[in-house]
Design a protein. Structure first.
Lengths: 542, 144, 99
């Protein structure tokens, strides 16, 4: 994976000193909260329900054991012994003190990590396919482009005080494992008829109050024009977005207002202008970065045998491992969704264990996924049993990838000052309710948000839950039929909302309908798309 | 405390800035004020007359002025560009990169904070309007 | 009653105005009547509170203070899903007080 050179290191080190100075001035009262807030958000530091919350960037979801051990150490030293993996492949800590924040950033910088632009009206962390470099179906490893995008978008002088956040992603396969279509600006690496590598560019997606699936703004962009094209998109948006209503400033709103054609026309015009400035990063820089992502030295002649005599292990293999492009290897998914547990949370001890496993069994590489799980991308089949045993003993052995108990949930009202309702208790209870029939239900992606900001991606859930405030009480809207994959779709609300017990019952009834109506091979989502909302609505509100 | 921070050597333009509409109407004005929502490209046909552009930041978070300044520099404008309004000293490094060379903030700057902000960053990742050499050029032998 | 809350600037901890200073225990909160803005202005300027605001609450029979909105009760207590990290880890009923 990428290694900072002296320039990258200087940038994160300088950022630490800049923030240290800003925090000092705030504590001394020289900066008001209004002045300090955008500055601290640019370093991922929120003020939340219980304390400050720090969101650490994990660019394109990739980290190594050294970095994971530092994340564990930060949890122990500065927080309360755990962290939370998010729907953007980042990690969050909930009990941070402002007076220690700069020290934490310094510790992160010592292992080539940072919290730059992970919140606020910034270009956020780049999301990518968690199977990059291991998946058989990718054109190439997208992560060199992820690293290029990180360096293109950190500290952009013209685009650091944007109308709203701007989320970016990159994938390199037809299968979309990074929720590409739900991002503000994203690229899919493709090959054209002449065999040249380039980008399909998508713009204007986003969750939140007004969910929008992005549209393809460009069929094919040469790779050496990416920076110019991004600048063009950003400049059009930066100049023309409203600035009077925070709910209408995301780029998707501008695209809706101008229309896709006009937005494209303006971007292309601006793009022609940027090309004349010759600011694009050259091929040599791509090659330099790509060298860090060369495939690890996979062994050859390995056994494909897996001893399935232990049924728990066999089940875990079937559900949690995915075919690797290199013979004798497997991609291992680590579930952070124990049945009845808090989705995405991981203790410092578990982080250390995962770091050890990565170092020993996965060429020292780890991934975070937008479903709040982890991945060991390159594990020899011969090592799977050992890895599973270690995971299982550490409480990380759930075999539920993409199943009903693999729930995505935002922190919700237990942690977040923006929330209207608690999401984690719903996830816990729902997980327990559905666990007995999980195998029967098959692929079922349930996503829970505690408020309209949709950090739990409920718009993209096969089943989505939105927490709302109903006259001071927690209430939950139920949605069906969303998807964050290449078949992106927006979930639709079923009808009136429910209390916590009610929404769990309603979901159970929805799964009854699915089991009753499904045709051969259909997932819940497929049955819903075929038979529509009515049969579900009937059962839920009977 | 610094009420005006000016990074140019030449004489300041001694003329009050007029609105963009007024400027386009008057053939002898040399100073123009760009509000956050103005289209600065309207100035480009008459850019040769301009000696001072004031670009306002109504709220510190409103980043439209960064684009306005850069657009002017990209068009070849070499006169003064001044940031006014809710300008926080922590932003002046980005502003200078975008082409601002003077600042008249609502709240005066602490001179030490201003100097720290300008001098802090040893490197930059991207090209902008200030001509600083981006890191990718340093990596591949172009010293700028 | 009208009480005041906010976060400690340096530590981020949730704090409640006691009439003289700030406490992490909501039961120490006092009724500020219509003095909220005045008190907050002073305390904010002195950096003794960050993001302070006023809220409704009621005095409980046992002497406790119960904020009117669930969000503030979560702030007063801690995350309901991690009782071990709250102000009342040993009290199995404490989570119900929030709801």
């Amino acid at each position: 994976m990428y290694r900072y050179d002296k320039y990258d290191q200087a940038m994160v080190d300088t950022r630490v000193e800049e923030f240290r100075d800003q925090a000092r001035r705030r504590i001394e009262g020289k900066l008001t909260d209004d002045q300090f807030k955008p500055l601290r958000l640019k370093n991922g530091l929120y003020l939340q329900l219980h304390a400050y919350m720090l969101r650490v960037a994990i660019p394109y979801g990739t980290l190594d054991s050294r970095q994971m051990r530092m994340l564990a150490e930060i949890a122990r030293k500065y927080d309360r012994g755990y962290g939370h993996f998010t729907t953007r492949q980042n990690i969050q800590y909930n009990w941070i003190k402002l007076e220690e924040a700069a020290d934490i950033l310094a510790d992160l910088a010592s292992v080539e990590m940072h919290a730059i632009q992970t919140s606020g009206e910034s270009i956020r962390n780049v999301s990518a396919d968690q199977y990059a470099g291991a998946a058989a179906d990718e054109i190439m490893d997208p992560r060199p482009w992820g690293e290029m995008m990180r360096q293109m978008t950190n500290f952009m002088p013209e685009f650091s005080y944007l109308p709203r956040k701007f989320k970016i992603a990159v994938i390199a396969s037809d299968t979309d494992r990074a929720a590409l279509r739900w991002h503000d600006g994203a690229v899919k690496i493709v090959k054209n008829a002449a065999g040249e590598i380039g980008f399909e560019v998508y713009a204007g997606g986003g969750m939140g109050r007004t969910p929008v699936i992005s549209y393809k703004i460009r069929d094919f962009l040469p790779t050496d024009q990416l920076f110019s094209y991004f600048q063009a998109i950003l400049r059009v948006w930066n100049r023309h977005a409203r600035r009077d209503n925070i709910h209408k400033q995301r780029m998707k709103i501008l695209v809706l207002e101008l229309g896709e054609e006009e937005f494209r026309r303006q971007v292309e015009e601006e793009f022609e202008h940027f090309l004349t400035l010759a600011e694009d990063f050259p091929q040599a820089e791509y090659d330099r970065i790509a060298a860090y992502f060369a495939p690890p030295p996979f062994e050859t002649g390995l056994s494909e045998e897996i001893d399935r005599s232990d049924p728990d292990f066999a089940l875990w293999v079937d559900r949690q491992t995915v075919a690797h492009k290199a013979p004798g290897y497997a991609i291992v998914n680590i579930s952070l969704k124990p049945v009845g547990g808090i989705p995405g949370d991981i203790s410092a001890e578990q982080m250390d264990l995962v770091a050890d496993l990565a170092e020993r069994y996965s060429f020292d590489e780890l991934r975070a996924t937008h479903a709040q799980n982890l991945v060991l991308p390159h594990v020899r089949k011969a090592d799977l049993y050992t890895v599973w045993q270690a995971l299982d003993e550490a409480g990380l052995g759930a075999a539920n990838l993409d199943l009903a108990t693999d729930i995505i949930a935002c922190p919700g009202l237990d942690y977040c000052s923006l929330a209207n309702a608690r999401s984690i208790p719903v996830a816990e209870k729902l997980s327990e309710r559905l666990a007995p029939r999980e195998a029967e239900l098959g692929e079922l992606k349930i996503k829970i948000s505690g408020c309209i900001n949709a950090c739990g991606h409920h718009h993209a859930g096969h089943i989505g839950i939105l927490g709302v405030d109903k006259k001071g009480s927690e209430n939950y809207q139920l949605l069906l039929g969303g998807s964050g994959a290449e078949d992106a779709s927006q979930a639709k609300i079923t009808g009136p909302g429910f209390d916590e017990a009610g929404v769990i019952d309603a979901i159970e009834k929805a799964t009854d309908v699915y089991l009753r109506e499904r045709a051969d091979g259909e997932r819940f989502l497929d049955t819903y798309r075929r038979i529509g909302m009515e049969p579900f609505k009937e059962a839920i509100y009977a | 405390m610094l009420e005006v921070l000016r990074l140019r050597d030449d004489e300041p333009v001694d003329e009050p800035a007029v609105t963009l509409d007024a400027f386009l109407d008057q053939s002898n004005a040399a100073s123009v004020r760009i509000e956050a929502g103005d289209d600065v490209r309207r100035l480009l046909p008459v850019i040769d007359r301009v000696r001072l552009v004031e670009i306002d930041f109504p709220k510190l978070r409103d980043g439209r002025g960064f684009s306005s300044a850069r657009i002017l520099r990209e068009a070849g404008y070499t006169g003064e560009i001044k940031a006014t309004g809710d300008v926080l000293v922590d932003l002046i490094f980005f502003m200078r990169r975008c082409g601002f060379d003077s600042f008249e903030p609502n709240k005066p700057f602490d001179p030490e904070d201003a100097q720290n902000a300008l001098d802090r960053w040893p490197h930059v990742y991207q090209d902008a309007a200030d001509g600083r050499v981006p890191i990718w050029k340093l990596r591949h032998g172009n010293q700028g | 009653m009208r009480i005041l809350t906010g976060n400690d600037l340096k530590t981020g901890l949730v704090i409640w105005w006691t009439g003289r200073d700030w406490s992490i225990h909501v039961e120490d909160a006092v009724d500020v009547g219509d003095q909220a803005d005045t008190i907050l202005a002073v305390e904010d300027a002195a950096c003794r509170v960050n993001g302070g605001y006023a809220l409704d609450a009621e005095r409980e029979p046992g002497g406790g203070v119960r904020p009117a909105h669930i969000k503030d009760r979560v702030r007063a207590y801690g995350p309901t899903v991690r009782p071990d990290l709250t102000l009342k880890p040993a009290d199995p009923e404490a989570g119900n007080w929030v709801i």
